[in-house]
Design a protein around this ligand. Structure first.
Ligand code: AKG
Length: 215
C-alpha cells in the first residue's frame, strides 16, 4: 500500500498508468492531488531554510530555472563548473529530504540505498532547461527519480550522445519519471512549461524534484 493512499478517489486510481519512452519510465498520475498538496507543505520549510537561487553556468550567464536542494549534498553550478556542494550558497546546511519524498524513491526503486540529494527546480513562466546528462554522481547504476508538481512541462529526451533524434512528452503535476538503465545517462531537458495550467502553486510555475545518489 502506498503512503498516500489516504484520500485517493476512484478517477485518480484509474488515471494511473506507466509509459516507457527510450528507457524513461513515466508513472503518469502517480501522486493524487492530496499527496501533491502534502508534498508542497513538506517543501515549504525546506524552501524557507534553503531559498531558491539562480545558478551561474560555466560559459557565463545564468540558468533560467531557480533551484535549491535538500539532503547531504546540493547540486551547484558557477563559473568554475557543475558539482555537488555540502552547503547552500548562504553557508547553511541543506535541509533533510522530507519523508514523503523519500517514500516515493522507496516505492519506485525498492532500493535500500537512499538518495543523498533532492534537487528542487522551480520553473517560472519563461524558464527552460537545456538538453543535458545527469553525470555529476559517482555511480550511475543508481537511477534518478524525478517528480513533477504544478504546471505542465514539456520533457525532451534523447540518447546517450548529443545530437540525433529526440522525443518529447508533456509531464503533468503528480507524474514521476524514473531514469535508470539506458535512460540514466540519456540527454534530457525541459523545452517549456504551460504557465498556469495547474492550480497547485498559488503563483503558478512548475516544481521538479530529482532524487539522486551522489556518492
Ligand atoms: O524538470 C525536469 O523535469 C527535469 C529536471 C532535470 O533534468 C534535472 O534536474 O536534471
Amino acid at each position: 500500500m502506498r503512503f498516500f493512499a489516504r484520500g485517493m478517489v476512484k478517477n485518480e486510481i484509474t488515471a494511473m498508468s506507466k509509459l516507457r519512452l527510450r528507457g524513461f519510465e513515466i508513472h503518469k498520475s502517480y501522486l493524487p492531488q492530496e499527496a501533491q498538496r502534502d508534498l508542497i507543505d513538506a517543501l515549504r520549510p525546506v524552501l524557507k531554510a534553503a531559498p531558491l537561487f539562480s545558478p551561474k553556468v560555466p560559459g557565463g550567464g545564468q540558468m533560467s530555472v531557480r533551484m535549491t536542494s535538500a539532503g547531504a549534498f546540493g547540486w551547484y553550478s558557477d563559473a568554475e563548473g557543475y558539482r555537488y556542494a555540502e552547503k547552500h550558497p548562504r553557508g547553511v546546511e541543506w535541509p533533510a529530504i522530507p519523508a514523503p519524498i523519500l517514500a516515493i524513491w522507496q516505492d519506485l526503486t525498492g532500493l535500500e540505498r537512499q538518495p543523498d540529494c533532492c534537487l528542487i527546480n522551480y520553473y517560472g513562466e519563461e524558464a527552460r532547461m537545456g538538453l543535458h546528462q545527469d553525470k555529476d554522481e559517482a555511480d550511475f547504476s543508481y537511477p534518478v527519480v524525478s517528480v513533477s508538481l504544478g504546471d505542465d512541462g514539456l520533457l525532451r529526451v534523447g540518447g546517450q550522445s548529443r545530437g540525433g533524434r529526440t522525443d518529447s512528452v508533456w509531464l503533468n503535476s503528480g507524474d514521476v519519471v524514473v531514469m535508470g538503465g539506458e535512460a540514466r545517462l540519456a540527454y534530457h531537458g525541459v523545452d517549456r512549461i504551460r504557465f498556469r495550467s495547474s492550480r497547485l502553486l498559488p503563483k503558478g510555475g512548475r516544481l521538479n524534484l530529482t532524487l539522486r545518489v551522489v556518492t
